[in-house]
Design a protein around this ligand. Structure first.
Ligand code: ADP
Ligand code: MG
Length: 244
């Protein structure tokens, strides 16, 4: 296994004639937590979707655990099953209860038995502190609880890496902490994570590096210490002055 869990090498992407990602290069090493921030529309979600092969890109290379995502021969469904993804809007299946949400992909994608999937699901549910809610439907849970179930569901697949796209930005303020706590625990346990977030408290606590994007470019890629104390670009300085 490689030390480089994600390698993004000179990646460019267009939506029609719109150049949404411009020569992006970075990496996420095994066990690293990399926070991605930047203004709305800068390409953060698009970049993270490329990493999970949810969006194609026209130029450059991208490797997950040494598997080339850009190679048409790569089995993308298999690759995706090894990459956990948590979105802004929880995206749980509304017509399935919590336990069913946790077990469905394990059974369908990984071929686990119902019992095996259930055992794994309940273990992950316990990890996010929601065992008591296992029979509820998503609509009966708060936003913070739904997002914790979404994290548990991703963890059920034994992902090599977890991607988060603004996981707390749709939550009421009082629920942000419970979701960040789960993410901090994951980081401390050594999970490799790429996290789009503007929660700079989270970045300060657990990030190894911070990437700052603007207009489709990776403008800064720095250690957490350097990013917060001596950002290089005016754009990052401006951004930080607004959100800190
Ligand atoms: P961010 O997550 O940083 O807010 P996005 O990656 O969502 O940025 O979007 C980057 C840019 O690409 C924006 O200008 C957005 O309007 C555009 N964009 C996103 N998705 C599409 C799409 N499916 N088709 C065309 N343009 C898109
Ligand atoms: Mg986004």
């Amino acid at each position: 296994m490689s030390d480089k869990m994600i390698v993004i090498d000179d990646l460019s992407k267009w939506y029609g004639s719109f150049n949404v990602l411009k020569h992006c290069s970075t990496h996420v090493d095994r066990g690293e937590v990399v926070v991605v921030c930047g203004p709305s529309g800068s390409g953060k979600s698009t970049l993270i979707k490329c990493v999970n092969a949810l969006e194609p890109f026209q130029e450059g290379k991208l490797f997950i655990n040494d598997v080339p995502v850009h190679d048409p021969k790569t089995n993308l469904p298999k690759l995706r099953s090894q990459v956990g993804m948590v979105f802004q809007h929880f995206e749980l299946f509304p017509h399935l209860n919590v336990t069913e949400n946790l077990t469905l992909a394990q059974i369908k994608v990984l071929g686990r038995s119902k019992d095996e999937a259930l055992a794994r699901g309940l273990k992950m549910l316990d990890r996010v502190g929601l065992t008591a809610h296992k029979d509820k439907f998503p609509g009966q849970l708060s936003g913070g609880q739904q997002q914790r179930v979404a994290i548990a569901r991703a963890l059920c697949m034994d992902p090599h890496v977890m991607l988060f796209d603004e996981p707390t930005s749709a939550l009421d303020p009082e629920m942000v902490g419970e979701v960040l706590d789960v993410m901090v625990d994951l980081a401390k346990e050594g999970m490799t994570m790429m996290v789009v977030t503007h929660e700079m408290g989270f970045a300060r606590k657990v990030a190894n590096r911070v990437i700052f994007m603007d207009q489709g470019e990776i403008v800064e890629d720095a250690t957490k210490e350097d990013f917060f104390t001596q950002p290089k670009s005016d754009r990052a300085i401006q951004f930080l002055s607004k959100i800190l």
